[in-house]
Design a protein. Sequence first.
Length: 262
Amino acid sequence: MKCYRGTAHQIVLQEKVDALADWTRSTPGACQTGRLIGTDNPDRLGWETVFGHLEEDGVFGMRMIPAADVPAVEARLEARDCRFDTWDVFQAEAPVIRSTLAQLDLALPPGFVPLDRSLRQEARTIGRVQDFLVENGIAPFSGAMLAGLHGRSALTVILTPDGDIAATAYAYFPHNRHSPHSACAWGGLVAVAPSHRGRRLGLIVNAMMLLEAVDDLGAASVHELVSTSNEASRRMVWRCGLVHHPELVSGVATRGSGRFTT
């Protein structure tokens, strides 16, 4: 499925993610970071590989890096005129997620319904979701990623009574079989239409995504990435049972001094 949205640079990166999907699934140290080529072990992947992609793309994803390794990672990057911006890792095991969410009221407002799962891989649905993410300031994944063509995933969408998209979330498995995190899913792409905020839809769609990740996809655990300054998202993931794991960080290496934004 060749379906892309976003800026010209974002689309080029999405196309590369699709083109190298098999490489990412099979290469020790490689990691499917969604929007970018990436790693969860740069030493194992090889730093020349990291810098090769950085030179070509300007950005490179890094997931679940031990916090103790960050100074060495930053030093390597700074020596090549690159920077490393990080996000905190919030994670929980499947039993904790289930027990926490069982205590929450996850009823949707009257007339709001989940998207029928049978429609998730339709090109029209994927395009609508990508457009919705762009409209809400979130760089989308490629259509193939969202449709689950690169591996198990859970595209969660809540529709308004009129059939418009009110909220989204998404889960998939970033880490390949060579990684100690192979059974851990990532959750994100949480967005709520401005006209429907204040109805707890962000919490509900995030919870729906987490439950599908553990109950249907078989994730042993799920993690989400949140910036230090995003208090609303930190409260939301905490309410869903995820807790900050300070021993791990995720982020993006960027060529030059400017911070990468999605």
